[in-house]
Design a protein around this ligand. Structure first.
Ligand SMILES: [Fe+2]
Ligand SMILES: [Fe+2]
Length: 375
């Protein structure tokens, strides 16, 4: 089952480039007019939503804030330059590019990473990912049993401490607390794996076989989950302290484990992500049934950061975001179960731009045979 669609953001992204040049022209004028105005405009130029749609009211609102600090004639000149160049940029952009830019803000793709600091993330077909259901890979051998048991022990301990049960209906606040805490942990393994493989490659003077980027993409993806949910809730001091403690323990434990047995660690993450799919499915159930105040997320607009990252439609809701996050977790399970069966020098089948998630996501990609796949 293909749950992703290939991104078509390269044209959209090209349409943004003239805006960047316009910003330079405006910046020169504003800088001449007023240092404070220039500083504000620098902040504005760093704002992706403003650049994503240069003709938007938002862009000109930024611009007008800047120009109020300049003299009237300089402000008018700056606005005129920007308006005429935006007009020319729009005329030169193809109709498709303009449509893409307005419907889907540009986001990372294999084609536009030159102009973006974000790593690749595919654009989902929302209908295709709506029915992802939890899946389980039965343990095969000692390594799998160790990983699976560790995940089950961690999950049941955390559930007991937080009073969670799969049958329970959680409130919006409870869901956000759970999401935010778990995502601070989930972003650790990909970064540790990528860092260690990077170091191995450096000190052995050998290539990595393509794993590092996949692991970095996973780490960034988890951090984007965290940043998205942080738009909906700001945790307090005690929570932040708990995050600090959890990271101190988990990072060091995972680092030591990955040095000793990387395949067991990938299998561990594969099982951990199976649990994440279950949790987000439970959350979607609470949103859908109306028994929880989280049901308002079926109507609540998605945070801007999420619309940009997942290239969701402008009217996307928080429920759409949770649906996309669940698809990400299924992808992590798919990737890590596959890596957990591979030899460490086997070529990574998940190259940048890989966009297929099988229905049974706990199994390797169709046609790929991991070196250590015990069947
Ligand atoms: Fe996540
Ligand atoms: Fe994940």
């Amino acid at each position: 089952m293909s749950n992703h669609t290939q991104p078509a953001a390269s044209d959209a992204h090209r349409s943004v480039r003239p805006a960047t040049r316009d910003m330079s022209a405006v910046l020169r004028l504003a800088r001449a007019a007023n240092a404070r105005g220039a500083a504000s405009l620098l902040a504005c130029a760093a704002c992706p939503p403003a650049l994503a749609d240069p003709a938007s009211a938002r862009f000109f609102a930024h611009l007008s804030r800047v120009t109020t600090t300049a003299t009237a004639s300089e402000a008018r000149a700056a606005a005129k330059v920007a308006a005429s160049r935006h007009q020319r940029a729009a005329l030169h952009a193809s109709a498709d590019a303009r449509d893409s830019a307005s419907e889907h803000p540009p986001a990372p793709s294999p084609k536009n990473t030159k102009d973006s600091y974000m790593l690749f993330h595919p654009q989902y077909d929302m209908d295709a990912i709506a029915d992802i259901t939890p899946a389980h890979r039965p343990p095969r051998g000692l390594r799998d049993w160790v990983s699976f048991s560790a995940v089950q022990a961690a999950r049941s301990g955390f559930d007991r401490i937080t009073g969670y049960a799969p049958s329970k209906v959680l409130t919006r606040e409870e869901w956000l607390t759970r999401f935010i805490f778990l995502e601070t942990v989930a972003g650790v393994p990909g970064m540790v794996g990528a860092m260690l493989r990077h170091m191995v490659s450096l000190r052995t003077l050998k290539r990595d076989h393509g794993w590092i980027h996949t692991l970095l993409e996973e780490a960034e993806n988890e951090r984007m989950h965290l940043l998205t949910f942080m738009c909906l809730k700001q945790p307090g001091f005690g929570f932040r302290l708990a995050v600090l403690g959890a990271q101190g323990v988990f990072f060091n434990a995972f680092l030591a484990a990955y040095i000793l047995t990387p395949r067991t660690c990938h299998r561990f993450v594969g099982y951990l992500e199976e649990e994440a799919v279950k949790t987000y499915t439970h959350a979607l159930r609470d949103i859908g049934t109306g028994g929880s105040d989280a049901s308002v997320w079926a109507e609540t607009p998605a945070p801007t950061i999420a619309i940009q990252y997942w290239r969701l439609p402008p009217d996307a809701t928080v429920r759409d975001v949770v649906t996309a996050v669940r698809a990400d977790e299924a992808s992590h399970s798919h990737v890590n179960h596959t890596l957990g069966s591979m030899a460490k020098d086997q070529e990574n089948p998940f190259q940048t731009g890989h966009t297929t998630l099988p229905k049974n996501f706990v199994e390797p990609p169709e046609g790929f045979s991991p070196f250590h796949d015990p069947r």
